[in-house]
Ligand binder design. Structure first.
Ligand SMILES: Cc1cc2nc3c(=O)[nH]c(=O)nc-3n(C[C@H](O)[C@H](O)[C@H](O)COP(=O)(O)O)c2cc1C
Length: 500
């Protein structure tokens, strides 16, 4: 079972998916450059054990392959992103969230530094990219805050720049839950009590970067996904419920009157950007840290963000695929057989939805519902004979089932990401969107006749496969396993890039 970051690290090590680096490395560029080269090569998660100026080891690249995301979700490491997303949405659909359980004792309460003893410079916050505006303490973490009216507790991952011994700035884009909540404190003339959690059950990080819906607590969603409640303690400083097994928790108040220069940061789009300025620099609110809590021998955690594909994009690919799928099903639209937000599209901008069409206009209904999903720029619709994540076959559908005039639908205005460098810097909150419908029109009386192989001959050939001296494949195994001799389903397209 995975209940904290240490369980996850141990599980990755058991599967040969984590590498420890004993050599001393610098937090200035060196750590991020080692991590990026390793990520680009599809390498393991890294645990840097000796980083300049700090006693804390640093985990990076935790989710750069689907295998480690599967480990986090307590699934077989060979499970694909699409399959993990299916399991995620099924666990959500199976029942309401599971509320956290309040405990009195918490490993993270063992060590505390308060007031003048707070020193954030002790943490190995990396300076990731050459033009970054400084060191980033928060890239694989989350912010906890509470709605002052309803008591709803929100977890959200929003980048945090180090601003000295006891302060960080946080970049929360417009419309995010923490913004909706901090506006309420602002209206009351109060600072917002917050906590920053670094290092925890890694599922917390996956879910804190998911839009689960305003008014819904990510703690309940984590509980539903794990099938057991998150253990939390009640902070006597901020009144927040905080995860008992976190590695590090920073507590303080967010002050909207204390705005400081933030950024740039090499962002998940592959460009330097910020929510406030095209050059990647903006004025953002400051959190003054009043107390640091940590476990014995705490472990720090970072994500390289930057160009796709790294763990930021993989995380968003899985959580956005799952939530889009969940949303389509919650709207009671039938026939959704697969949803895949591509990691290569920054895990954000493009989705493929595979549909078993049942009535005229079905694919269009799916397209219009899906495209409303926050941040999506394009949705590609395919029939259910094409797996949403088989990009080779998606291209085939775009070639032979798609006719531009009939199949393209442009939506003039929709919610955009403030960090999207394809948008003019004066307005990055609104963009146009597109639906590419590569499904065969349901209403056509005469449909194109597809080339398929003869099922009986396939079965016969499969039985002779060893005699032919050809290597066994999963498709031959499938054909040999099927009694009815008619499994003519094609193999996955060879053009598909493996994100495992
Ligand atoms: C590694 C990582 C970094 C992120 N950084 C930011 C950020 O700086 N600002 C932001 O608004 N969203 C950021 N996001 C996206 C949010 O985490 C995501 O939209 C999430 O749904 C926000 O929580 P909320 O829905 O409770 O507002 C980041 C996501 C990831 C995976």
């Amino acid at each position: 079972m995975i209940n904290d970051l240490r369980d996850f690290i141990a599980a990755c090590e058991r599967h040969g998916l984590l590498h420890r680096i004993d050599a001393r490395v610098d937090w200035y560029l060196e750590l991020s450059h080692i991590a990026t080269l390793n990520e680009d090569a599809g390498g393991p998660a890294l645990l840097f054990e000796h980083v300049r100026d700090s006693d804390l080891p640093v985990l990076s690249s935790a989710f750069t392959t689907s295998q480690r995301m599967a480990v986090c979700l307590e699934e077989d490491p060979e499970t694909t992103i699409c399959e993990l997303a299916r399991k995620w949405k099924t666990r959500l659909a199976d029942g309401a969230g599971i509320a956290p359980r309040v405990v009195k004792e918490a490993p993270v309460l063992r060590n505390a530094a308060v007031g003048a003893k707070v020193d954030l410079l002790k943490f190995p916050s990396p300076h990731f990219y050459p033009n970054d505006g400084g060191r980033y303490l928060g890239t694989a973490h989350y912010l906890v805050c509470m709605d002052p009216d309803s008591g709803w507790i929100n977890l959200g991952t929003y980048r945090m720049q180090l601003q000295g011994r006891n302060a960080v700035t946080v970049m929360i884009a417009r419309g995010k839950d923490a913004e909706i909540i901090y506006r309420k404190y602002q209206a009351r003339g109060e600072k917002m009590p917050v906590a920053v959690v670094i290092g925890c059950d890694p599922l917390h990080f996956l879910v804190s970067s998911t839009h689960v819906g305003s008014g819904v607590s990510e703690y309940d969603i984590i509980g539903a996904l794990r099938g057991r409640p998150v253990e939390v303690f009640e902070s006597d400083l901020t009144g927040l419920k905080l995860p008992a097994s976190a590695e590090v928790i920073l507590e303080g108040h967010l002050d909207l009157d204390d705005l400081r220069q933030e950024g740039p940061l090499g962002e998940f789009t592959g460009y330097y950007s910020s929510a406030k300025g095209a050059d990647g620099v903006g004025m953002e609110p400051t959190i003054t840290i009043e107390r640091v809590l940590h476990r014995d021998d705490p472990i720090f955690w970072v994500s390289t963000i930057g160009k796709p594909v790294n763990d930021c994009h993989m995380i968003q690919a899985i959580n956005r695929s799952a939530m889009l799928w969940h949303e389509l099903e919650t709207r009671r639209i039938p026939g959704i057989s697969g949803v895949y937000v591509l990691p290569e599209s920054c895990g954000w901008f493009w989705a493929v939805v595979s549909i078993k069409q049942m009535y005229p206009g079905h694919s269009n209904q799916v397209g219009l519902t899906a495209i409303a999903h926050y941040g999506l720029k394009g949705v590609i619709l395919v029939d259910d004979d094409i797996p949403a994540d088989d990009l080779g076959r998606v291209w085939w559908a775009l070639s032979v089932r798609f006719e531009p005039k009939r199949s393209i639908q442009v939506i003039d205005r929709g919610r955009a990401s403030a960090l999207d460098p394809s948008l003019d810097s004066s307005n990055r909150y609104i963009m146009s969107k597109v639906i590419l419908d590569a499904c065969i029109p349901f209403e056509w009386e005469t449909k194109p006749r597809e080339v398929t192989l003869d099922p009986a001959m396939l079965h016969r050939v499969a039985q002779r496969w060893s005699e032919l001296g050809l290597p066994r494949t999963s498709r031959i195994d499938r054909l040999l396993d099927s009694d009815d001799a008619c499994d003519a389903r094609p193999e996955r397209s060879r053009a598909t890039r493996s994100t495992a």
